[in-house]
Design a protein around this ligand. Sequence first.
Ligand code: FAD
Length: 478
Amino acid sequence: MEAKQTEVLVLGAGPGGYAAAFFAADQGKKVTLVEMDERLGGVCLNRGCIPSKALLHVAKLVDETRESGAIRGVTFAEPKIDLAKLREWKMSVITKLSGGITQLAKSRGVEVVHGRGYFEDSQTLRVETPKGQQFIKFQKAILAVGSKPSLPAAFDLGNKRIMDSTGALELEELPKKLLVVGGGYIGMELGTVYANLGSEVTMVEAMATILAGADPDLVRPVAKYAEKHFKEVRVSAKVLSMATAGKQIKVVMEFGGKKIEELYDRVLVSVGRTPNCYDLGLKNTKVQRDAKGFVIVNDRMETTDPNFLAIGDVVGGIMLAHKASKEARIAVEAMLGHAVTSKDLIIPAVVFTDPEVAWVGLTESEAKAKNIPVEVVRFPWSASGRAISFDRTDGMTKLIVEPETERILGVGIVGAGAGELISEGAHAVVMGSTVRDLAETVHPHPTLSETLMEAAEAFYGHCTHMAPSRKKTAPAAA
Ligand code: FAD
């Protein structure tokens, strides 16, 4: 069979792969994008970011209407949840977006091949398609095969009541009693969905806190929300074993110095993700992986095989969609011979819990751990007119500042819509903005974005909506 020829082969059409394919095509390259799923968009679009946010939207709606009667005197009936309809709506969101990506590929002349790819050597990919095998010869390949949920062998009973994030997003049923194992962002987000739709959720986290990567003061309001909406949150607790018990799962865990045995209708295991680089034929190339299986790359996303670059979850680090998309651009530029680097990339993180948590740049915990001298200034949302106007005063905005230069090194926000607000912080960190730059930028009123400006004013001790404090000279007039 004659092989197809292409300049750039991209394997995997997630937010890394399709961004790389599109950018390479925009630069005039002949590009072939290979994806084994029937829909483009990867984990992010099909079983990650997008479906989880669609369901979180519904979860929030339910919660807000429940709370509304007690607070504002506007009472709604208890929601009736039609799971089939909800699943259909979630699917319509996915279909719309993946259809859009297919159209965008077409409009750029990117050839899309659906099938599972396997490298025969450093220039040839074999693709198993529904219609048989195809061979593609390429000059350069970009590996963007992503990752999948890790399921520890002890929990892998082949019982569909033990779900990973993909299974949980399918929303087959609303279990009466759900155990969520893992208090990272995926466990917290999906736990919130099930709790608000009516499940009794117990969360178990092995570490001493949920959302371990975030500063403790940013996590506190989320922990409070979880305490109220979940049946229980157990930190420093460890699940030891699971076993099928009729239509339930028997779980044995260690918590508070005791061994506890409990029955759950379903269990969601969200304890991490594994790179998808097995069964790819990488052994037929010079691409090397690290001890955890992630593809090794340099700061130009180049692998140890000169024909291969790799991006996104498969290279590890912060496993987020926007990090994959940024690396896609770096990889294509590197391939074109441009001077680029992924060193010191500023990648904002957002947890879409209620309230949302977002941070960018240096965190307070990291500064402490590395002994980096910083000044931290906080603006509580109880002083924000906008937050008070919709009863969400549980937020807080903080700046992490380099004392000598007054440069903003990091921003942390917890509160409704923190994920939308953090981009201004990301811009400030990337541009090397000072606190004065932020304080002197006029922010529209009444908005939550003012909390960034007011935090900056608080740094100088004269924040309009806080009592004056000791400190600092006023920023000079522009
Ligand atoms: P992926 O999106 O994993 O795409 C890889 C693609 O490669 C897949 O489509 C796969 O089918 C394909 N593939 C693999 N092997 C082969 C092969 N041999 N042949 C052909 N095709 C192959 N990130 C955020 O930034 N924000 C969020 O809110 C967020 N929420 C999430 C919620 C959940 C529940 C989950 C699970 C993840 C979430 N993420 C979120 C993470 C995000 O989805 C990933 O970081 C992102 O999808 C990684 O992109 P990628 O391009 O590296 O790989």
